[in-house]
Write a new protein. Structure first.
Length: 278
């Protein structure tokens, strides 16, 4: 006797997923309103990381915009780090696991348009570093100390070969390692953003004298290994302030001929003020 098909009363219940509730938007503000609604759906729990948005044609109807306008908005949200767009039969627009790339890109853009001056950049780095060093000292593991020492060795080798770009990048990585040691993603992202902008600034001003950095690193490591947090913070702050004075002095030297000839400051070297020696 053939088996009877499951009736509605006996069928296994299917889990119902929450449905995003999107509304029509004003075309002139499509990107802002679409972003606001998607963030609202995240807040309400109807969308989560990994959630796939409805198909383009469905979204276009729900938002009341053309598919071209919708695509532009989705691409903008992808650049902002909120969405991940995938092609193919199993593709679509997915809520992204947010990374710090958008924050870093925004900081770089602020620097390029002159919203952030070199002294503001280096000053913010000094302030943030003190917080990071304190927490890094508290959480430092033997593996962390080995990684920091390996970085110092790599920087020493780059200095011996006269490879300034490599030496600069390795020195900046030292600070990225310290940020990772805090275990705090916000500190990691913000420090990475500052260092990414700083690298562009360093590339612009060119090589500079920083032979004092490696000896300072060794003293810093000694303090960290001994658990002397305050001494480690003081050593790092002294080194960074010395670097800051070097950066700004080099920038001023590069800028002066331009100012004398045209009265216009070089792009990316704006609002430079002298920093008092400590």
């Amino acid at each position: 006797m053939p088996k009877k098909a499951n009736s509605p009363a006996t069928a296994k219940p299917t889990k119902t997923l929450p449905v995003p509730l999107f509304r029509s938007v004003r075309p002139a503000r499509a990107f802002e309103e679409i972003a606001t609604q998607i963030r609202g759906e995240l807040e309400e729990g109807r969308l989560k990381v990994g959630s796939r948005l409805p198909a383009e044609r469905v979204l276009a109807v729900q938002f009341g915009v053309s598919r071209n306008t919708l695509r532009e908005a989705l691409r903008s949200l992808e650049h902002a780090g909120l969405l991940q767009l995938q092609k193919g039969a199993s593709g679509g627009a997915f809520i992204s696991q947010r990374s710090g790339n958008a924050i870093v890109s925004n900081m770089v853009d602020m620097y390029h348009v002159g919203s952030v001056s070199p002294d503001q950049l280096t000053q913010a780095r000094i302030w943030l570093e003190s917080i990071i060093v304190r927490e890094a000292c508290r959480q430092a593991s033997p593996d962390d100390l080995i990684e920091l020492q390996a970085n110092i060795n790599a920087a020493s080798q780059a200095a011996k070969t006269g490879d300034f770009p490599l030496r600069a990048e390795v020195h900046l990585d030292f600070h990225r390692i310290l940020a990772r040691m805090t275990g705090n993603p916000i500190m990691i992202i913000v420090m990475d953003g500052l260092l990414t902008v700083l690298r562009k600034y360093i590339d612009r001003i060119g090589s500079y004298e920083n032979a004092f950095v490696l000896p300072s690193r060794k003293r810093f490591m000694k303090h960290m290994e001994e658990g002397n947090t305050e001494a480690a913070i003081a050593e790092m702050e002294t080194s960074l302030k010395r670097l800051q004075r070097g950066y700004l002095a080099k920038a001023e030297a590069l800028e002066s001929p331009v100012v004398k000839r045209s009265g216009v400051k070089a792009s990316g070297l704006k609002k430079i003020r002298s920093i008092p020696k400590t």
